[in-house]
Design a protein. Structure first.
Length: 190
């Protein structure tokens, strides 16, 4: 009987250790409790870490849009705050998400990344029919600062040296890649 008790204790310890590593793994943390684009139940999960003010992240968005259009994917965007204003832009995206327009503003932020300032962001919100008062108050009060901070901590734990960082079903791609590289990774998972 003592022999089985020891085995059970060992199994419990192993389960706890495995659960800890799964819950603290940055990629797995990025998959939880996030706005996403696409199909929640898709076989292919794409997680992109980027910055709305970064030119390579903006260039990568063209590839990500094409993947979202051509494949059944779940796409999650994680904010990397490279610049001081990056936090404000990320906050705008999160605030649009509350009004169910994360995807619309996400695209517009990248389309306008070279000329973004607060008045442009407010104008983009107006263009997609966000409630102006709610949107502006959300940004100015930094209502979702915990989410932005969580993304920053997550990004820091990923040891990022170049943007964007894209994960396709867990496979990591650093920096801007040709569409065919991402396409091959998606098709490998189908």
């Amino acid at each position: 009987m003592k022999k089985y008790g020891f085995v059970i204790v060992i199994l419990i310890v192993l389960v706890v250790i495995i659960a800890y590593f799964i819950s603290t793994d940055p990629y797995n943390r990025a998959k939880r409790d996030r706005y996403f684009m696409g199909n929640e139940d898709a076989k292919t999960l794409i997680v992109e870490v980027g910055d709305y003010l970064d030119p390579t992240s903006a260039a990568s968005e063209e590839n990500m849009v094409k993947l979202r259009e051509e494949y059944d994917v779940k796409f999650i965007y994680v904010h990397y705050n490279s610049f001081n204003f990056s936090r404000t832009v990320a906050m705008a995206a999160e605030c649009a998400g509350v009004q169910k327009d994360f995807e619309l503003l996400h695209g517009k932020l990248f389309d306008n990344y070279l000329k973004l300032n607060l008045s442009v962001i407010y104008s983009l919100g107006k263009d997609i029919h966000l409630d102006r008062g709610e949107f502006e108050n959300c940004i100015s009060s930094e209502l979702y600062s915990k989410i932005i901070d969580r993304d920053y901590d997550l990004s820091s734990s990923l040891d990022i040296s170049v943007l964007p960082v894209v994960f396709i079903n867990g496979e990591r791609f650093d920096g801007l890649r040709n569409y065919s590289v991402y396409q091959e990774a998606v098709e490998k998972g189908l």
